[in-house]
Design a protein around this ligand. Structure first.
Ligand code: AMP
Ligand code: GLY
Length: 423
């Protein structure tokens, strides 16, 4: 079976790694991939946003399944286009991808179907948004409704910060059209966790819970990032929370989509805030989380191709999805200054040395090769991932891996996994 994987980040590196383990995979192509994905398949030198070129390639090379990693191509309708030409694609169509591409849409859906989430209002006029947030008071959360590469959410501690956020989003148009609408919502306290789920439109199956570390600095301080590290399974998601999640959040979300006439095939990412044993939805995404994928997929026992095929064919109820009884943890090595200002082009050394230890894999995110040298090429550069029997073991292994790797001015969090240890 020939597979085309779309994307170029850490998530796609782990997807390529996992797909390449399947005995069913013949050719694996990645568009555009990165030097990490090139170890598992053939990187294609395409413009990722050129869907027509990708389609032409998929038809010509007789691609059996196209796996879409990131949200942008889903929101741009790549699944609709490929399906129109009879191709099988793993991911939701454009209309269902609105679960992520429009926060106004997803909040409305949650409200309509009584799925627990923060109280909110959405606005197309800055003045009305400011009036509302002044009435509610800080802390309060301001979100650009559209896709903003994970940067369109401002958790404002003061009213002034919230007003500034509205101005940056709506008047300065920092996130372009994504900020034409803003969602202003109640600040939720608690501990965050992620539950990813496979969904074929009729059946939805949760994966093991994971926990990302979004703030840039130790102790959960500093600006929000795409994620500085993750681990799985997340102990904050107790058996009780899992059970409630299924009946109060997961199944109702599928029913809501069905009631709206939206057939969802692919991954639903539930970003949760947990407090006093109760979970509320912070956000939906329509793809694997990054870096959650780096810790969830290594624990997946079942062949990922089998699962993806079942999702596409609508047979998800026919297969059993098994998990390894282990822990996984990754520490993201980012460029100094990320997520604000950072330089690229620093030479990376030590990946092989780090991977020489058992159960350590270094997934690449923002890297490129130049004259045989591996260089940094983004904010999040590497995800040093460890597997083991206990959280203490995977923390020690991952940080020992980090110590072997070097590039100028790298930035890490030193406390990845500490919350799991405390539980
Ligand atoms: P989102 O992209 O909507 O998940 O927001 C990104 C991050 O902002 C989340 O992972 C949370 O850390 C934070 N956040 C979003 N919404 C809220 C909220 N209502 N209360 C507190 N924190 C939030
Ligand atoms: N790790 C957060 C995300 O993938 O959206």
């Amino acid at each position: 079976m020939n597979i085309l994987l779309i994307g170029s980040g850490g998530r796609e590196n782990v997807l390529a790694w996992k797909l390449a383990q399947s005995s069913r995979v013949g050719e694996l192509y990645i568009a555009v991939g990165n030097p990490g994905t090139a170890e598992y398949g053939q990187n294609l030198d395409f413009d990722e946003s050129n869907q027509e070129a990708l389609l032409e390639f998929a038809l010509k090379e007789k691609i059996d399944i196209t796996v879409v990693g990131p949200e942008a191509p889903l929101a741009a309708g790549i699944v609709d286009l490929f399906e129109k030409h009879g191709l099988k694609v793993f991911g939701p169509r454009q209309s269902a991808a609105r679960l992520e591409s429009s926060k106004a849409f997803s909040k409305e859906l949650m409200q309509k179907y009584q799925i627990p989430t923060a109280e909110y209002e959405s606005f197309t006029e800055a003045a009305k948004a400011v009036e509302y947030l002044k009435q509610k008071g800080a802390p309060i959360v301001v979100k650009a409704s559209g896709l903003a590469a994970g940067k369109g959410v401002i958790v404002a501690q003061t009213e002034a910060e919230a007003v500034e956020a509205v101005e940056i989003i709506m008047k300065d148009e920092k996130f372009g059209a994504a900020g034409a609408k803003v969602v202003i919502e109640e600040f939720l306290e608690g501990e965050e966790a992620t539950i990813l789920a496979f969904c074929d439109g009729q059946t939805i199956v949760p994966m093991i819970a994971s926990q990302d570390h979004k703030p840039a600095y130790d102790g959960g301080k500093g600006p929000n990032t795409g994620g500085m590290g993750a681990y799985a399974p997340a102990p904050v998601v107790t058996e009780q929370i899992k059970a409630d999640f299924k009946t109060e959040i997961m199944e109702p979300t599928l029913q809501a989509l069905q009631s709206e006439g939206l057939e969802f095939k692919g991954i639903i990412y539930f970003g949760l805030m947990i407090k006093d044993g109760k979970a509320k939805v912070l956000e939906y995404n329509v793809r694997f989380g990054d870096p959650e994928a780096q810790v969830v997929l290594p624990l997946l026992e079942t062949d990922l191709v089998d699962v993806m095929e079942a999702v596409i064919e609508g047979n998800l109820d026919q297969i059993e999805i098994k998990w390894k009884d282990k822990k996984a943890l990754c520490v993201v090595m980012a460029s100094g200054g990320y997520p604000v200002d950072y330089e690229k082009g620093k030479e990376i050394t030590g990946i092989k040395a780090a991977e020489a230890a058992a159960d350590i894999i270094v997934f690449q995110a923002g890297t490129r090769l130049e004259n045989g040298k591996l260089l940094t090429d983004g904010g999040r550069v590497l995800a040093v991932t460890a597997m083991g029997e206990s959280f203490q073991e995977v923390i020690d292994k991952a940080y020992t891996g980090v110590e072997k790797i070097d590039f100028e001015d790298f930035q890490i969090r030193n406390d990845i996994g500490q919350k799991a240890l405390k539980k």
